[in-house]
Design a protein around this ligand. Structure first.
Ligand SMILES: NC(=O)c1ccc[n+]([C@@H]2O[C@H](COP(=O)([O-])OP(=O)(O)OC[C@H]3O[C@@H](n4cnc5c(N)ncnc54)[C@H](OP(=O)(O)O)[C@@H]3O)[C@@H](O)[C@H]2O)c1
Length: 290
């Protein structure tokens, strides 16, 4: 079966490549078309619009930056939703907020399509290796229809619950991820101010129980001040904004989340938006590269 894939950034390009390498036929689209070139070289067919992708398949993945991008691509003037044949399945892997996911699911269902939210945990390297963790919301039968594809792109799938629950779990996950990164950056700053080297701090803290396990993956970036993007900081800021919107909708108070969001806003404002989110350390470090 031909599969549509829209959004060929850091994550989508690698996820789509793994599907092609596993033998699937893909029709792809990206707002900036030249990012599709490596996939076309692997055998993908490049569509000129999201609508063209919709016309060419009945199973379609999106991996886009923001809710606004998802809405435009799905339901804009050249959106794919109206072009898909009836009873198609749309799998949105973008990190968006739960209420937006429910809105998209309703829109798809109104037109006669099925919808799964399947955001991912894991960054550039897991995406490349096919080792992502899929956090999924949707009907059991719909999820089982695409399980084989999740297995190609990921190491595990957690079917959290009905539509919206994958996105909900992702919001929770990134709330923790963002705060753990800032907490570690502050700890490094305190330690270096007391005369302990960054190397000694990393070696001690990252091999003990207090630091979040993912921070080990950021050690080289922190020590070498190489903040080439795996997970762009601007998207972490976006996720915290969306988590804040969700907290408001749910009437829950998350003061630490909001403070953390503003720390990432400061980092973005100081020109670090396109760097990896671990570059938030640059706000605290005395040994800056920017
Ligand atoms: N990188 C990670 O580690 C990671 C991990 C888990 C989840 N995520 C989430 O996965 C999603 C994609 O992230 P990424 O890292 O792959 O980001 P990225 O490299 O910046 O790619 C973003 C994609 O969205 C497209 N896009 C952005 N605005 C658009 C618009 N207004 N209209 C149409 N297309 C638009 C981009 O098209 P252009 O190429 O034309 O800009 C690109 O295809 C985000 O929701 C992110 O939060 C990322």
């Amino acid at each position: 079966m031909r599969i549509g894939f829209i959004g060929l950034g850091i994550m989508g390009s690698r996820m789509a490549a793994n599907l092609i390498k596993a033998g699937h036929e893909l029709v792809v689209y990206n707002r900036t078309p030249n990012k599709a070139e490596p996939l076309v070289a692997l055998g993908a067919q490049l569509a000129g619009s999201p609508e063209e992708v919709g016309q060419a398949c009945r199973l379609l993945f999106t991996m886009l930056a923001t809710p606004e991008a998802v809405e435009e691509i799905a339901n804009g003037p050249q959106g794919f939703l109206k072009a898909l044949p009836g009873n198609s399945l749309w799998v949105d892997c973008s990190t968006v907020n739960p209420s937006f996911t429910l809105k998209m699911a309703k829109l798809a269902q109104k037109i006669g399509h099925r919808f799964i939210d399947a955001p991912v945990a894991g960054s550039l390297v897991p995406a490349e290796k096919g080792e992502l963790l899929f956090l999924v919301g949707g009907d059991v039968t719909d999820v089982s229809e695409v399980q084989e594809l999740f297995d190609i792109m990921g190491r595990a799938t957690v079917h959290v619950g009905p539509v919206g629950q994958g996105t909900s779990m992702k919001m929770v996950n990134n709330t923790l991820l963002a705060q753990a990164m800032v907490a570690f950056a502050e700890a490094l700053r305190l330690g270096t101010s007391l005369g302990i080297s960054e190397e000694m701090l990393c070696q001690t803290l990252l091999n003990g129980p207090t630091a979040a396990p993912f921070l080990k993956l950021k050690e080289a970036k922190l020590l070498h001040k190489d903040f080439s993007p795996e997970f762009p900081l601007e998207w972490m800021h976006k996720d915290l904004h969306l988590a804040g919107v969700t907290a408001y909708e749910q009437a829950v108070a998350l003061p630490s989340l909001h403070t953390t969001k503003e720390i990432y806003a400061q980092a973005k404002q100081s020109g670090l938006g396109e760097a990896d989110f671990s570059a938030v350390y640059q706000l605290f470090s005395t040994n800056k590269t920017v």
